[in-house]
Design a protein around this ligand. Structure first.
Ligand SMILES: NC(=O)c1ccc[n+]([C@@H]2O[C@H](COP(=O)([O-])OP(=O)(O)OC[C@H]3O[C@@H](n4cnc5c(N)ncnc54)[C@H](O)[C@@H]3O)[C@@H](O)[C@H]2O)c1
Length: 354
């Protein structure tokens, strides 16, 4: 029998609304015996024997007074969250939103004991860290709470956690997963931009300049207007083929908060290049996506990779997660697509033999 992954979540924003609603959406399809290969919108119906529906949210943390104390199934719909309802009923969860960590006036972190206690009580396997970008203190403090409570950590944000060698080594030693940093959206601007730039270089055209502008109407876009520095660096990590090329590429993580776009993201990409005989090539592309579906479609794999690897006794980072992240600890390798698929297959093989 498969034991579901017990997930704790920090930051009950649009990502968690998309994740929780999506889990029920796929559970419903699975209960109607739709074959695993036919599940729409996801690549891996199973990882290490764990299906998309085998995730149970067991504890939750936030600092928004309108979310604290509410059942998680209700808190995900609290404004300013504006991810749409997927038309599936979300029952009462076993988890209520608990007070998260805060920074006191003296820059001391408040609430660590409560978070550690709740993580232990709820017997969480993994904590998904999904706070607004730009809160390095919080990423440090939540990851330390996980080490104290014996819980793995998945970092959705550009904050440096898995790329910090000391923290990574502490998770390795404790036999706990540490997956990060910054998820690469399912079909987001970075992966589309990266693929087009790779194509250009594969075909031997010469890049002259390129830019990427993103706009949206959720809290993440509002926050990135002020706190976009970490995201900018992480987005550039995702595009890097070589340093010289990076100078030719401009990235604007949030070119504007447009309220009526709600949780939709609109990205504009431009590439200017020269081909044969120095003649110009110009490419303009517009991508429109449901921003937080784009996150949840990747989070679902990151959680399962973290949970299965940890159960298999392997702590620290797992290579199966690398291409699903913008800034993994060991960078991106050329043959990575293969490595990721191989690593996921090895998790599957272990689950079948175990
Ligand atoms: N949407 C994507 O495709 C995508 C891709 C990569 C990374 N991300 C990142 O994921 C993160 C979450 O995105 P989102 O859209 O869910 O954000 P959001 O703004 O909707 O939600 C963040 C939540 O964190 C809560 N919070 C703030 N401080 C907290 C604290 N100290 N402890 C606990 N909770 C706290 C807020 O109250 C809010 O409920 C962002 O950093 C975003 O940049 C998203």
């Amino acid at each position: 029998m498969v034991h579901a992954i017990r997930l704790a979540v920090a930051g009950i924003g649009n990502n968690i609304s998309a994740l929780l609603q999506g889990i029920y959406f796929y559970r419903d399809l699975l209960s109607r015996r739709i074959e695993s290969g036919e599940l729409p919108g996801i690549k891996h119906a199973y990882i290490g024997g764990i299906s998309v529906g085998d995730i149970t949210l067991v504890s939750a943390f936030d600092v928004d007074s309108f979310k604290i104390g509410k059942d998680l199934g209700e808190a995900i719909f609290q404004t300013p969250n504006n991810y749409p309802r997927l038309g599936i009923e979300i029952p009462k969860q076993d988890a209520k939103v608990s007070p998260g960590l805060r920074l006191g006036e003296d820059n001391m972190v408040i609430g660590k004991e409560g978070v550690v206690e709740e993580l232990k009580q709820s017997r969480a396997d993994i904590l998904l860290y999904s706070l607004p970008t730009g809160m390095q203190w919080a990423a440090d403090a939540y990851s330390q709470c996980c080490l104290d409570a014996g819980v793995g950590f998945v970092n959705c944000t550009p904050e440096i956690v898995a790329r910090n060698p000391e923290i990574l080594s502490a998770f390795e030693t404790a036999g706990l997963s540490l997956i990060g940093d910054d998820l690469a959206s399912h079909l987001g601007t970075s992966i589309v931009h990266q693929s087009l730039l790779r194509l250009l270089s594969e075909r031997g055209l010469t890049l002259l300049s390129s830019y990427q502008l993103n706009i949206g109407g959720n809290e993440d876009f509002k926050n990135l207007l002020q706190n976009g520095a970490g995201k900018l660096k992480s987005k550039k990590n995702a595009l890097a083929q070589n340093e010289a090329e990076l100078d030719l590429i401009e990235v604007v993580p949030s070119a504007g908060y447009i309220r009526h776009l709600r949780d939709n993201k609109v990205a504009i990409l431009n590439i200017e290049a020269v081909g044969w005989g120095g003649t110009p090539v110009s490419l303009d592309l517009k991508l429109k996506v449901q921003d937080s579906s784009n996150a949840a479609g990747v989070i679902i794999d990151l959680i399962r990779i973290a949970g299965v690897a940890q159960r298999n006794g392997s702590g620290g980072f797992h290579p199966a997660a690398s291409r699903l992240l913008k800034s993994p600890p060991f960078g991106h390798a050329d043959d990575e697509v293969l490595t990721v698929e191989n690593a996921i297959m090895s998790l599957d093989a272990r689950a079948m033999s175990g």
